[in-house]
Design a protein around this ligand. Structure first.
Ligand code: PLP
Length: 365
């Protein structure tokens, strides 16, 4: 059996440090907003080379609270790619805004700036590029379109911890998730927002903590969405390994590229120019995808699909009024994409077995 991720192997590397950290928190009973939270925020801001990091309860809240902190007109539109995890669209609705979908580009499955621009109407106030699979959407083009139309940019960086892009503009607001399976994963729910703006960081802190800076002084209507202290302990320990883990993912991706280059029918993932990819997911495209997936599972290879339905073909978003055919690239990709096992502890021999199995399954179609 070749697992899709191996959270146990990752835990083994940090187990001692996490146990000691948990002990410290339990001794101090600093369960909410303990010193590890502020320490992690500072460390993650440094790692990301962004001035401010505000911890929140999870990645979906990180998107919602970013949009709220930006103070957008209620009911305005927010452009996002049709091919994303449903949370991007969910957070837009929860922030009191209207999801406006746009198609992705066929090479990288990242938000297509031209499609995003075509979707902009006078009531659109925000754009949410999603750094899908671990590489950044084309930020210079997104920032340019945002500047021309006066849009707030909220990056969905849930899958791109540690990624970089040459020549990209500074981060206004970027939300991330520390869901256990992400490149930097907690042991429960956690998330954060990165921003270059001290003002937005302050606004976010208020929102996450009942609208309050000082106990019982509630300046605005807020939420309870704070980064848990025990999760901050886990994240601090894992953050020290993240650069190396991302390197291991890159090495594994290169190895897959080589192993699969001769396999008939496989379309390999591509890195957009200027991007440093962190390979949250290694997503190939194949014909008769569901049959291929079944064949891999039968042979013990735990492949997955990210994601089987674009947002507009998801029942929860039918009322947006889109129809099949509206986003042809995203729709076609949804029938072809296949995420192969990818994590820092994947071994070369496991990858060889994945490639051999895939070859066998594809040639038997
Ligand atoms: C994981 C993820 C989220 C949501 O994060 P949670 O912490 O699960 O709420 C949002 N967007 C994308 C692209 C994700 O992968």
């Amino acid at each position: 059996m070749i697992p899709f991720v191996d959270l146990r192997a990752a835990h083994a590397e940090v187990a001692e440090e996490v146990a000691q950290g948990f002990d410290r928190v339990l001794q101090d009973t600093a369960f909410v907003q303990g010193p590890d939270v502020a320490a992690f925020e500072q460390e993650y801001a440094e790692f990301s080379e962004v001035p401010h990091c505000v911890g929140v309860g999870n990645g979906t809240d990180a998107i919602e609270l970013s949009l709220r902190a930006a103070g957008l007109e209620p009911g305005s539109g927010a452009v996002l790619p049709a091919n994303t995890f449903v949370a991007t669209a969910e957070a837009v609705v929860r922030a009191g805004l209207r999801p406006v979908l746009a198609d992705c580009d066929d090479d990288h499955l990242l938000l297509d700036p031209a499609a995003a621009e075509a979707a902009v109407t006078p009531d659109v106030a925000a754009v949410l590029p999603v750094h899908l699979y671990g590489q950044q959407a084309p930020m210079a083009a997104v920032q340019d379109l945002a500047a021309r139309h006066g849009l707030t940019v909220v990056e969905d960086a849930a899958q791109s911890q540690g990624s970089r892009q040459e020549g990209r503009p500074p981060i206004g607001l970027a939300s991330t998730s520390f869901y256990p399976g992400k490149n930097l994963g907690a042991y429960g729910e956690a998330g954060a927002v990165l921003t270059s703006s001290a003002e937005l960081a302050t606004a976010l802190r208020l929102l996450t903590n009942h609208g309050s800076r000082q106990k019982y002084q509630h300046e605005t209507l807020g939420f309870n969405s704070r980064l848990d202290t025990l999760q901050a302990v886990v994240l601090r320990a894992k953050l020290k390994r993240l650069a190396r883990w991302n390197e291991l993912r890159r090495a594994a991706a290169e190895r897959y590229d080589k192993l699969l280059s001769g396999v008939q029918g496989v379309r390999l993932p591509r890195v957009a120019p200027g991007n440093l990819h962190v390979w949250h997911l290694y997503v190939i495209r194949v014909p008769q995808r569901d049959k291929v997936l079944a064949g891999l599972h039968a042979a013990g290879v735990q492949a997955q699909i990210h994601y089987p339905y674009p947002v507009h073909l998801t029942p929860a978003f039918h009322d947006l009024g889109y129809a099949p055919g509206d986003f042809p690239i995203a729709e076609k990709a949804a029938t072809e994409i296949l995420s192969l096992p990818m994590h820092p502890h994947l071994t070369p021999s496991q990858q060889e077995r994945v490639a051999e199995t895939l070859d066998k399954v594809l040639s038997s179609l």
